[in-house]
Ligand binder design. Structure first.
Ligand SMILES: [Fe+2]
Ligand SMILES: [Fe+2]
Length: 361
């Protein structure tokens, strides 16, 4: 509820008697009242003080009522003007309303109850405009606040999703490692392959996020073997042609198994193709040369090196130099020569690195 004394009214008229009459009446009604005797003085007041209503004459010296309305509205756009008009200036009053005045009343003012109604309507109009403006500002700040909150929640959700994705990879990796550990011939294979592949990739200038993709592919590359009967893997002696056919399905099996996980979209082709060879002799798709991307080729070289240097139930492991000679023999046939040579550089450094996670048996 607004009290009368909170309302500031400016009365503008060049006739002192009218000014005083209106001032006394309005003050009697409890309003705070300022007066000015011409448009210019009124404008000076409006430029330094907030008013809730202006009651103004039209014909005045120095600055008339029209000019006052034109110049004052840009300063206080919500300020209502009530124009005082004598019978001979009625058309002017209409013009003033067209130019932005809120209302007009007949002059001289004799019907004070009606005058009071016009004043209250003017004040109510200002209150309405102010509350609409406040509502608009609140709404804008609420929208800004909520947009900010939403952006923060989105960020949290993104971080949560990333954590969840990384956790999923960690769980699968741990499961893979645990299953590999059950078999002394495959124990640590994925961990070593990942170490060789990432080390080689870094020397080749591969950067994040590709390193991360390669690392995940390294950990998961043989997970398809979990889905074939492990007795094939452990059996003493080479696999029969039938067993070999089943074993060769492991890259495609892993690819299908991981297909529902959208965050592994870039990892899956590397896993699927880690047994492809440059001359097209690999599996499962018989890809050649440029069809095999660099991350896949790096993983293929690292995987082959670890397979050669690992003990099998039916053969002794090759030494490092024997395995490297074998890889070089197939350089640019099965493996890209540049990658093989970079692996050699990496292994030489890694051999002397006391912090290397891979220690010879
Ligand atoms: Fe494999
Ligand atoms: Fe492997």
């Amino acid at each position: 509820m607004t009290h009368s004394q909170d309302n500031h009214i400016l009365v503008v008229d060049d006739e002192p008697a009218i000014r005083e009459l209106l001032r006394e009446f309005l003050m009697g009604e409890g309003y705070q009242v300022d007066t000015a005797s011409n448009g210019q003085d009124a404008l000076d007041l409006i430029s330094v003080k907030v008013f809730d209503l202006v009651i103004t004459d039209l014909a005045m010296p120095r600055m008339d009522g029209f000019q006052l309305i034109n110049k004052a509205l840009p300063l206080q756009p919500m300020l209502p003007f009530i124009v005082l008009s004598g019978g001979d200036t009625f058309e002017n009053a209409i013009r003033a309303v067209h130019e932005g005045a809120f209302d007009f009343v007949a002059k001289p003012v004799r019907d004070f109850p009606t005058f009071k109604i016009a004043v209250d309507r003017g004040l109510e109009h200002k209150r309405l405009l102010v509350s609409q403006d406040n509502y608009q500002r609140n709404l804008e700040s609420m929208v800004r606040e909520q947009t900010k909150e939403l952006a923060e929640k989105n960020l949290l959700l993104e971080q949560y999703t990333e954590q969840l994705e990384s956790l999923s990879v960690q769980v699968i990796t741990a499961l893979m490692a645990a299953l590999e550990e059950k078999d002394r011939y495959t124990a640590g294979h994925s961990r070593r392959v990942t170490h060789y592949a990432v080390g080689t990739a870094r020397l080749l200038g591969v950067t994040e996020p590709d390193i991360g993709t390669l690392e995940t592919a390294g950990h998961l590359h043989d997970m398809g073997k979990l889905m074939v009967d492990l007795s094939y893997v452990n059996k003493p002696g080479p696999l029969t042609p039938d067993e070999w056919e089943i074993m060769k399905q492991h890259p495609a099996t892993a690819d299908r198994f991981l297909a529902p996980l959208p965050f592994l979209t870039e990892v899956r082709p590397i896993i699927r193709h880690h047994h492809e060879r440059l001359d097209g002799s690999g599996y499962p798709d018989g890809l050649c040369e440029n069809e095999i991307d660099i991350l896949t080729q790096i993983l293929a070289v690292a995987d082959s090196y670890d397979a050669m240097t690992s003990r099998r139930s039916y053969r002794e492991p090759m030494s490092m130099s024997e395995a490297l000679a074998e890889l070089r023999r197939f350089s640019d046939l099965h493996y890209e020569g540049r990658i093989v040579e970079t692996l050699v550089v990496f292994l030489m450094k890694d051999k002397d690195d006391p912090n290397s996670p891979i220690r010879p048996d």
